[in-house]
Design a protein around this ligand. Structure first.
Ligand code: TRP
Length: 338
């Protein structure tokens, strides 16, 4: 018999510092919607970040910047729990238990490790290898039932489901952990680089022209969109005609997503226009939506105490849930409790 779990949303964001349009449209905008209808926990995953070396003073700065971004985009600390992972020790403790549940064969299938470790796997950190087990711990420490993730994290979420299942079976605790479901953002496609429509928009791409940062000025936005790669054809009236035109598709997707409408609708309105005209419309809506967020981020960043306090409050709320669940977990595993 399957138990009905209370619906809890959990997601994690790496503290990469300056957030960009891809983080907003691909994740945070959806987090804001979800907090209206479910209990939500959003975590800045600093333990995951150090699987690749981070300069300590940058790490702290990036964590606070991420929190400022969350709040500026509309996350509300009264509705959602916002905290950083390392402040709740249960994440690391449960990750250890999961290191012992998860199998080496499962780890070896993870494609993100292969990409991140690159050609010299011997030199990758052990943490990078077991990264997905920590991610499972993040989710299951709160018995989360729903996890908003992008495409690139689907395999890790599958692994979290396998770990939950194996734990429940091995420890004969049927229904202890929920089997978490991915929440894939409907009607949304990944935001791609403005310079290369086959690559994800990313903080690590060298050229700043490849992305719209949430703190870009209106001039930056106009310049970047003007320079964004397209092709010489005009806007078609059907999606099929965008095949093989990834850059054109990307700009149209971004526009539709900002407008909260379907790409089909955008094509209906824009068919026949050339891209230079469309880019003016796109810049306008980007400026309307992104510039107020950017201003708020800059204001919030000036108030470091407020950001620290936000994390501290979030962390104490998260700890309460984590401590209770971890106690139950330890009991199931057979560790003595005092
Ligand atoms: N691995 C995720 C990413 O890189 C971040 C993450 C860590 C996460 N823990 C999580 C996402 C738990 C969802 C749930 O995007």
């Amino acid at each position: 018999m399957k138990k009905n779990f209370k619906e809890v949303v959990f997601s994690g964001v790496q503290p990469t510092g300056n957030l960009h349009l891809g983080n907003y449209l691909g994740a945070i905008k959806n987090f804001v919607e979800l907090q209206k209808k479910m209990e939500c926990i959003y975590c800045v995953v600093d333990l995951h970040a150090i699987t690749i070396f981070q300069e300590p003073k940058n790490l702290k700065k990036h964590i606070l910047e991420t929190v400022a971004g969350f709040i500026a985009c509309g996350l509300d600390v009264k509705k959602s729990i916002i905290f950083n992972q390392s402040s709740v020790s249960g994440h690391a403790e449960l990750a250890w238990i999961f290191n012992c549940v998860s199998r080496i064969g499962w780890m070896n299938r993870m494609t993100q490790f292969k990409e991140k470790a690159g050609s010299d796997k011997e030199k990758a950190s052990v943490g990078l290898y077991v990264y997905p087990n920590l991610m499972a711990a993040d989710i299951l420490l709160y018995k989360a039932t729903h996890v908003p993730v992008g495409d690139d994290q689907k395999q890790h979420l599958e692994l979290s489901r396998d770990i939950a299942q194996k734990f429940n079976n091995d420890y004969k605790s049927e229904n202890f952990f929920p089997i978490p479901e991915p929440l894939i953002h409907k009607g949304f496609s990944r935001v791609m680089s403005l310079r290369d429509g086959s690559k994800k928009m990313s903080k690590s791409e060298e050229s700043d022209y490849s992305r719209i940062n949430l703190t870009d000025s209106s001039d930056d936005i106009v310049k970047k969109i003007k320079k964004a790669k397209t092709d010489s054809l005009s806007i078609p009236d059907s999606i099929k005609d965008l095949e093989g035109r990834p850059e054109a598709l990307n700009l149209l997707n971004i526009y539709s997503s900002l407008k909260n409408s379907k790409i089909e609708k955008t094509l209906e309105q824009m068919a026949g226009k050339d891209f230079s005209k469309f880019k003016e419309n796109l810049s306008e809506i980007l400026i309307d939506i992104i510039c107020p967020i950017g201003k708020k981020i800059k204001d919030l960043k000036k108030d470091e105490n407020y950001l620290q306090k936000t994390l501290e409050d979030g962390s104490s709320k998260a700890s309460k849930i984590a401590t209770k669940n971890l106690k139950e977990i330890k009991k199931i595993v057979g560790f003595p409790l005092y």
